[in-house]
Design a protein around this ligand. Structure first.
Ligand code: SF4
Ligand code: SF4
Length: 381
């Protein structure tokens, strides 16, 4: 299919990340944000409200997800409030076609913030890397103090108000062999859904936390064992990357855009940066991946003809992938990791290659040995 047709078919963004600014109250060891004092202006927010509401009205049959990210988005709460208040005035009844989410480090959640989240029907994602020793090893504040206690208190307040936070856990070389403890804690805190992401070591200083593909494979083995144990005891806890991995393995459509080929970067998802630049993915924030500018875009559709999107969609996986039985599952791996390893998107990620080759036979083994677990996990698919 010619690339232009393929773009036309696939360019349908439904996930908009709004990066409000890049400052944060934490100083995590693996943070990939280049920290400054930048913050989105009210003018940029007004333009975004116009662009996004136009898109929602035009695409009335689909739901649009708007996620506020940072830095720490709760430091920009007045901006989130402004955005929601004003887009609600434009969309009126159509507001039910929009879902808002905040991806937070969880340290600033107070009773008052919980009421505000509830009032505005905002979903919330919290970063928690495990029990205190594991979490505080990497997620410390500017005074070098651990953030574990404030995050757990934030989760407690949310749960008290019947808000279900989604937890993101980053796995590093320090934690890959402690997955049973991480899952136990999340279950103990009443978390029903979480995602276990391998660290993406973008900067030199991340290297001492980087995981080998085999170490992440071992994390997956521990994760499966822990979930099976808890599920057999009647606990309902799920991990979303595993769900998506199995869905992709079985030829179902994975919900997570990272498991589609081409992935959803720039097609299903757009990132609006506080300085006006637009990127395809929050892991592809660099000059090579600028799709456009908020100020010079009058319709989101225009972004579909950006050269960057053409480049992403016409990416050629190497010959080795074309001959590989796992291409349907992996296709060379995450573009951000390929870019990070090779400074091109036209190759494959050696990291993902190693990981998929290890994990695929294991997925098959679980499929045969634990069909009830797989059925339970994919029930809603
Ligand atoms: S570049 Fe990687 S992180 Fe971004 S959407 Fe694609 S697979 Fe996901
Ligand atoms: S496993 Fe390796 S060779 Fe196979 S598709 Fe993935 S990156 Fe390519």
């Amino acid at each position: 299919m010619p690339i232009a047709n393929e773009v036309k078919k696939r360019f349908n963004p439904r996930l908009f990340l709004i990066r409000l600014g890049d400052y944060c109250n934490l100083n995590c060891a693996y943070c990939y944000v280049n920290r400054g004092q930048g913050e989105i202006s009210t003018d940029t927010l007004d333009t975004l409200i116009e662009l996004i509401s136009k898109w929602v009205i035009k695409n009335a049959d689909q739901k649009v997800y708007i996620a506020f990210i940072g830095g720490e988005p709760l430091l920009f709460r007045n901006k989130i409030d402004y955005f929601i208040r004003n887009i609600s005035k434009v969309l009126k009844k159509r507001l039910n076609k929009v879902s808002f989410k905040i991806q937070s480090n969880g340290t600033l959640i107070s009773r008052e913030i919980v009421s505000w989240i509830k009032e505005n029907n905002i979903r919330i994602g919290i970063s928690l890397d495990g029990p205190e020793d594991i979490h505080d090893h990497v997620r410390r504040d500017m005074k070098n103090e651990g953030s574990y206690n404030s995050v757990v208190e934030g989760i407690r307040l949310l749960k008290l108000s019947k808000i279900e936070p989604f937890v993101i856990t980053v796995i590093t070389r320090y934690s890959y062999n402690k997955i049973d403890r991480i899952v136990e804690l999340l279950n103990h805190l009443g978390i029903h859904h979480f995602r276990m992401n391998p660290i993406l070591p973008i900067k030199k200083e991340h290297q001492n936390l980087a995981l080998t593909p085999n170490q992440f494979f071992q994390s997956i083995q521990q994760l499966v064992a822990s979930l099976i144990k808890l599920n057999k005891k009647g606990f309902k806890i799920k991990e979303s990357n595993l769900e998506n991995l199995f869905a992709a393995f079985l030829g179902l459509t994975p919900r997570n855009i990272c498991f589609r080929h081409p992935c959803g970067a720039g097609l299903d998802m757009l990132v609006f940066n506080y300085d006006g630049r637009i990127y395809p993915c929050d892991n592809l924030i660099s000059n090579e991946f600028i799709i456009g500018n908020i100020g010079s875009t009058s319709d989101i559709n225009e972004l579909g003809s950006s050269e960057v999107i053409y480049k992403l969609i016409s990416r050629v996986p190497p010959k080795e992938c074309e001959r590989c039985g796992l291409q349907y599952l992996c296709n060379g791996g995450c573009l951000a990791r390929i870019w990070n390893e090779k400074k091109t998107i036209n190759g494959k990620s050696s990291w993902y290659c190693g990981f998929y080759r290890r994990v695929a036979p294991y997925l098959f083994e679980i499929l045969l040995g634990e069909p009830e677990f797989i059925k339970g996990m994919l029930k809603s698919k």
